[in-house]
Design a binder for this molecule. Structure first.
Ligand SMILES: [Zn+2]
Length: 270
């Protein structure tokens, strides 16, 4: 067996959580990530029939039966992942239609996966239906996106258009826009289901007065999505209270569509 701490997926997860902490997106135990792993990759590092314990998930997700995930732990700090990955992360395999998660590695202090596990797993189900290459669901608390939910209309089209107008790259990076949920109680199946529903049409879902969810093929892509939306929100928070003299027009957005061969969300541009 190879050393799991040197597995590319582990190295990338540790770098990503560290980077997110350094961006200020994951104060204290804020934020969580789940990464869908290939069974063949896991088998290089773990005896997959050696189950440490089984943890009830509190939901069903038959689509994910038998699937492996590397997941950040509940109550754990992103800043600490790099120093003790085996305590702050865990690898689980779902069984019994998703009702149980077999722990194969990690959570060594007796812990378990993030309290937002329902939102993560339901979002994976939703995204895999749209894109079978989707592997990552990521949640964090970037300050400018959060701030924007206090002062900007939460209408998805309006919110998306504002972000697109804040920097040229935004429409190119997330042409499907961002979806928005109003404030809801976190850690519940209800917010999980609502997030998954929003994930059917976009890889970014803002939780008003809380943070953002991103989904993507790999950790880099998902990080980059959130990073770009957060940059848009940062510009907005710098200029929203000033007289606006210029913007990116819809005509210019159409030029970007052509140049980058992307298609903006239907009905979002005039
Ligand atoms: Zn959160």
């Amino acid at each position: 067996m190879k050393n799991i701490l040197q597995a590319p997926f582990m190295v990338e997860m540790i770098r990503t959580t560290t980077n997110m902490y350094n961006h200020g997106w994951d104060e204290r135990n804020g934020g969580n990530i789940s990464l869908l792993l290939e069974e063949n990759d896991v088998k290089k590092y773990l005896e997959t029939d050696r189950v440490l314990r089984s943890i009830p998930t509190g939901f069903t997700a038959p689509e994910l039966e038998g699937k492996y995930f590397l997941v950040t732990g509940t109550g754990k700090y992103f800043k600490n992942v790099q120093y003790a990955p085996e305590v702050n992360l865990g690898i689980v395999r779902l069984k019994d239609e998703g009702r149980l998660a077999d722990l194969l590695w990690g959570y060594e202090d007796g812990g378990q996966f993030t309290s937002e596990f329902p939102a993560h797993m339901m979002s994976h189900v939703a995204r895999l239906k749209v894109d079978d290459k989707n592997r990552v669901v990521m949640h964090c608390h970037p300050a400018n996106l959060l701030a924007m939910t206090y002062v900007h209309d939460l209408d998805e089209k309006a919110f998306t258009r504002t972000l697109w107008q804040m920097c040229t790259e935004c429409i190119v990076v997330f042409p499907e826009g961002v979806n928005v949920l109003p404030w809801m109680l976190c850690g519940t199946n209800e917010i999980g289901e609502a997030t998954a529903e929003k994930m059917r049409t976009a890889r970014l879902v803002v939780w008003a007065q809380h943070g953002i969810y991103g989904a993507g093929k790999d950790l880099d892509e998902t990080f980059g999505l959130i990073e770009t939306a957060e940059k848009g929100a940062e510009i907005y928070m710098k200029i929203a209270h000033l007289p606006i003299k210029n913007t990116i027009t819809d005509e210019q957005m159409h030029l970007l569509e052509k140049r980058f061969n992307i298609k903006a969300r239907e009905g979002y541009l005039s």
